[in-house]
Design a protein around this ligand. Structure first.
Ligand SMILES: C[S@@+](CC[C@H](N)C(=O)[O-])C[C@H]1O[C@@H](n2cnc3c(N)ncnc32)[C@H](O)[C@@H]1O
Length: 216
């Protein structure tokens, strides 16, 4: 069952400081990363998490520089975890109301909603984007970032994520970060074109950012 945990709306309550002015200060990488929550979720479901620690600042920086959006477009992040990539996008200038994050674990979605003021946090399943994403966002997405560990899934299951992304961001493809040395997806089987855009040793484990686009 999907629900929007938080979203920007006129009149919505925002946190205020002691002077009563809105608190716009975004948490830094370390504050938002919440490694204990991450570790707890990894112990509970290692396949769903795919990593024992959140992405490093170096990896987030590389994801951000491959992320594009125009003034009218949204950025959609799938599997936002504790929000380190989201936070890096906001720090790079993405307006909060243009950031949509989708996270399946309720406890993490709650953490994201508390940390990412103004962003829309959707607690839901990325395999079900046509249903969980509001209609005005569908077809209006500059970049999709997928942090879900697709490499651990059978091909048919990977296809469910890829089809779901294609349904809401037709022709755009997606960025996907991974610890694999080679492509984490059998791109030809999925009818995709693949390009490794980035690599960093400053992550545990060292990681790459791949771009997959529909082969047309
Ligand atoms: C490797 S973690 C990445 C977290 C964060 N983006 C980062 O870079 O630190 C993968 C995340 O994907 C989430 N996830 C797994 N399956 C999902 C699904 N079907 N829909 C939405 N999120 C999912 C997990 O709960 C987890 O938070």
């Amino acid at each position: 069952m999907q629900h929007v945990v938080s979203q920007t709306r006129e009149g919505e309550r925002t946190s205020t400081d002691s002077a009563g002015t809105p608190d716009q200060k975004a948490p830094d990488h370390k504050t938002i990363s919440n490694p204990l929550l991450f570790l707890k979720r990894w112990v509970a479901n290692p396949l769903q998490m795919g990593s024992i620690v959140p992405s490093s600042a170096s990896l987030c920086e590389r994801i951000v520089r491959q992320t594009h959006w125009s003034a009218s477009e949204y950025v959609l992040e799938l599997g936002a975890g504790t929000g380190v990539v989201s936070r890096a996008l906001l720090a790079a200038g993405l307006p909060a109301d243009r950031l949509i994050v989708c996270e399946i674990v309720p406890e993490m979605a709650k953490h994201l909603a508390q940390s990412l003021r103004g962003a829309r946090v959707i607690e839901g399943d990325a395999r079900d984007l046509p249903r969980v994403l509001p209609a005005n966002i569908q077809g209006n997405i500059g970049t999709v970032i997928c942090g879900i560990p697709l490499v651990l899934l059978p091909v048919a299951e990977q296809a469910r994520f890829i089809d779901s992304i294609e349904a809401v961001a037709p022709g755009r493809g997606f960025l996907h970060f991974t610890y694999c040395v080679t492509s984490p997806l059998p791109w030809k089987k999925h009818g995709l074109v693949a390009k490794r855009e980035e690599w960093t040793p400053l992550n545990f484990p060292p990681a790459s950012v791949w771009r997959y686009t529909p082969a047309r």
